[in-house]
Design a protein around this ligand. Sequence first.
Ligand SMILES: [Zn+2]
Length: 112
Amino acid sequence: MHESHQVQHLVAHAQKMIAEKKIVTPSAVTVVVGEALGFDEMSMRLHWEEFVDGTSLEGVKLVVLFVPAKLQCPACSGLFPKKGSQMSCPKCQVLGKPTDSGKEFFIESITG
Ligand SMILES: [Zn+2]
């Protein structure tokens, strides 16, 4: 389960951010996750609960924002989201190339 390791980092990072921003009572942590990582939201939540247990993050809501993987068109250089098996540029109908977009994994915000 690769989610486990990533979520462990996430919890550590969230704790650091809370300390730096001096948030006394955090209520929600919003995380951006690229769809290309193939993470399972249910699995992420289970690991989150496991790692925050007994910490200052216990009871804090985890908000997961999935962002679609993006492809780049070799003809117009435009970026467009991958929709299922649809991998062609909507403008040129040319097959897009994979990009790093869709591999995001970071804390967008912590609500206090
Ligand atoms: Zn194009």
